[in-house]
Ligand binder design. Structure first.
Ligand code: UFG
Length: 334
């Protein structure tokens, strides 16, 4: 049985990944410092609590295990915070990732999958955004992820470390079986915030600006179900393990469908109304740094990885996220 190390496997996307891999016959080890992750989400692997800054721990972990591949989901990922605390982003997202890559090289572990982001592109020059789009990040979060993308190119040519960077657009949704989902503190993402406004965990949802150059004036994003993100990782892993992918590759991951903030709110209102819930919407100023439209062209992932998103209906995405939100909001979990 092949053993995969998931860094950040107690977090939102990493926990879904651990479940998919475990269900597909891999043995999963999770390394997570639990700074934003949750022990109860790390159900599908052996959890090691520790930090990538701890090089002794990494050395021991790699000495005592034989990993076929490593997936790295652990990062600081708040754009706004990165503007005021860049050191945290460069240390955690770049320096700590280097610790991980170096221990992999020392132990001859050659297969690496890295969570990158649409934020590496900066203000889009055109949409949908394909892999040829220039990468000019406009915040330290995007810059830190791009630095690792560049490092991976050099580690491929110098050390033979094969890697796949997957650039997520707007990750959302939850485990269809209802076991796993998003629990960020603070929560900044649109869909969980809308649903928290419906469940009563939040007073209202604020629309950040209605004067963008889009059909209804609100920002358009490419919402991709966490299960679909994970299936792309699974395919990339298979190709790395079978050596069909070599060098440092990168793929954009999105549905290629754009939904506006208002469309998301409208879709959520419908879903929650089925159980008699409502939500209050308020207007707010634009949030700094939000481009009007961010939509992915994921053709390359489809043709080269054979990836096909299964949960691209916004209704399904919201239903899965709502099922999870109701569980979080239930008095038992408060
Ligand atoms: N929004 C609101 N109200 C809210 C929260 C969000 O109107 O309370 C709007 C935002 O202004 C934006 C859209 O909803 O237009 C989506 O916002 P999110 O915060 O959910 O997601 P972002 O598109 O800002 O962020 C995503 C990823 C980041 C990544 C970024 C790239 O989550 O990791 O795309 O630009 F950096």
């Amino acid at each position: 049985m092949q053993q995969i190390l998931i860094i950040g496997g107690a977090g939102y996307i990493g926990s879904h990944m651990a479940k998919q891999l475990a269900n597909n016959g891999y043995r999963v080890t999770i390394l997570d410092n639990l700074s934003t992750g949750h022990k109860q989400l790390a159900q599908y692997g052996k959890l090691v609590v520790g930090d990538l800054a701890d090089t002794n721990l990494l050395e021991n972990l790699f000495s005592n295990n034989t990993f076929s591949g490593v997936m790295h989901f652990a990062a600081s990922s708040l754009v706004g915070e990165s503007m005021v605390e860049p050191a945290k982003y460069y240390r955690n997202n770049v320096a700590n990732t280097l610790n991980l890559l170096d221990v992999m090289v020392r132990h001859g572990v050659k297969n690496f999958i890295f969570s990158s982001t649409a934020a590496t592109f900066g203000e889009p020059e055109y949409t949908p955004i394909d892999e040829r789009h220039p990468q000019n990040p406009i915040n330290p979060y995007g810059a830190s992820k791009l630095m690792v993308e560049r490092i991976l190119q050099d580690y491929a040519s110098a050390y033979g470390l094969n890697s796949v960077c997957l650039r997520y657009f707007n990750a959302c949704g939850a485990d269809p079986a209802g076991e796993l989902g998003e629990c960020h503190e603070p929560e900044t993402h649109l869909i969980p915030l809308v649903l928290q406004a419906a469940s009563g965990r939040r007073e209202c949802i604020k629309v950040f600006g209605r004067d963008y150059a889009t059909d209804d004036g609100t920002c358009v994003r490419d919402y991709i179900h966490v299960e679909d993100l994970c299936s792309a990782h699974g395919l990339a892993l298979q190709q790395l393990l079978s050596q069909h992918i070599q060098g440092a590759q990168a793929y954009n991951l999105g549905n290629g469908l754009g939904f506006s903030v208002q469309q998301i709110i409208d879709a959520a209102i419908k879903v929650v109304a089925e159980q008699g819930y409502q939500l209050k919407v308020e207007e707010a100023e634009r949030r700094a740094g939000d481009p009007a439209v961010l939509v992915a062209d994921a053709t390359r992932a489809k043709t080269e990885l054979g990836w096909q998103p299964k949960f691209d209906s916004i209704d399904t995405i919201i239903r899965h996220a709502w099922q999870w939100e109701l569980k979080q909001a239930s008095p038992r979990n408060r």
